[in-house]
Ligand binder design. Structure first.
Ligand code: F6P
Length: 341
């Protein structure tokens, strides 16, 4: 059996741990051969491959990023893209494909499965917004990095009696903001799922100053004020039609300065959240996903994705993961609200 492996979409700590586990079990237990596809769907689309054996995966467990490279290439939007992928896989003698990615990459994997290709999916995203799995690897690392940043912002905010705003990633789902804000003791957490009332935020900020502490606000990049609009970097869209976010933190700082008279500053964590070594939790989760993905290939469980449910790794239909996003439920947000102001 010759198995292709690719990583697509935004990178994520733990991708290399998945690749290592897939290859280690695949070669030693099942005697499979592997082909690494470079840069997401661009690899099978353009026939860009690399060697992928035991030697290539040595020492990569703690390394961030992906040895295969990644991209947001969307073959569904390219004329004849799916047919080219099918031809390239056939001419390379690929029997099965493991696609490691988020909603976009796995959406393409779902399309290919419907066209008869033998695909198994592995969920990844720091945003933790994929359905059918309790957690995606990379999320714990991103939350750990953001929590450390918030811890550091507390002390400088208090020295200068300033409002400090930490803008974290999360286009449609506020999981990173919710978890890092809770863990870091932010006084206000703003997420895309719940448009915020600026007057209420002003009230929370002022009550925090009255208690002689400085307010820390953790805001997701996709958060927006009631009756307001998403703040984007520019008008360009990526191949999956996503706008580039970031800027809501700076907008909020200006509004709060003018409404409260207190100085406000914003820190945008950006790609720092996605870089570097994965936490122990993410290494273990990614490793278990990899071991189970290659077992799914062995069992011919095409069109499935491995998922974490409770403490078990299970197989779910790919469509279950990509049909809709997993957003923060109101009850989870209400828990955090107990600490606002
Ligand atoms: O990986 C998902 C994500 O982290 C989103 O939260 C964020 O909007 C996006 O990636 C940024 O991606 P890019 O690397 O393309 O700027």
């Amino acid at each position: 059996m010759r198995v292709g492996v690719l990583t697509g979409g935004g990178d994520c700590p733990g991708l290399n741990a998945v690749i290592r586990a897939v290859v280690r079990r695949g070669v030693t237990e099942y005697g499979y051969e592997f082909v690494g596809f470079r840069d997401g769907w661009k690899g099978p689309l353009e026939g860009l491959t690399m060697e992928l054996g035991i030697a290539e995966v040595r020492g990569i467990l703690p390394r961030g990023g992906t040895i295969l490279g990644s991209s947001r290439t969307n073959p569904v939007k390219i004329d004849g893209g799916i047919a080219r992928i099918k031809d390239n896989l056939a001419s390379l003698g690929i029997d099965a494909l493991i696609a490691i990615g988020g909603e976009d990459t796995l959406g393409v994997a779902t399309t290919l499965t419907a066209q008869g290709l033998q695909v198994v999916g592995v969920p990844k995203t720091i945003d933790n917004d994929l359905n059918a799995t309790d957690y995606t690897f990379g999320f714990d690392t991103a939350v750990t990095i953001a929590t450390e940043a918030i811890d550091r912002l507390h002390t400088t905010a208090e020295s200068h009696h300033r409002i400090l705003i930490c803008e974290v990633m999360g286009r449609h789902a506020g999981w990173i903001a919710l978890h890092s804000g809770m863990a870091g003791g932010a006084n206000v957490i703003l997420i895309p799922e719940v448009p915020f009332d600026l007057d209420q935020v002003v009230g929370w900020v002022e009550s925090r100053f009255k208690a002689t502490y400085a307010p820390i606000i953790c805001i997701a990049e996709g958060a927006l004020p009631k009756d307001g609009q998403l703040v984007t970097k520019d008008a360009t869209l990526d191949a999956f039609g996503h706008v580039k976010l970031s800027g809501i933190g700076e907008w909020l700082a200006q509004e709060l300065e003018s409404r409260t008279g207190h100085e406000a500053r914003t820190t945008v964590l950006g790609h720092i959240q996605r870089g570097g070594t994965p936490t122990a939790f993410d290494r273990v989760l990614a490793t278990r996903f990899g071991l189970n993905a290659i077992a799914a290939v062995k069992d011919g469980a095409w069109g499935t994705m491995v998922a974490l449910q409770g403490t078990d790794i299970v197989r779910v239909p790919l469509q279950d993961a990509t049909r809709s996003l997993k957003t923060v439920p109101p009850a989870r947000y209400e828990e955090a609200c107990a600490f606002f102001g």
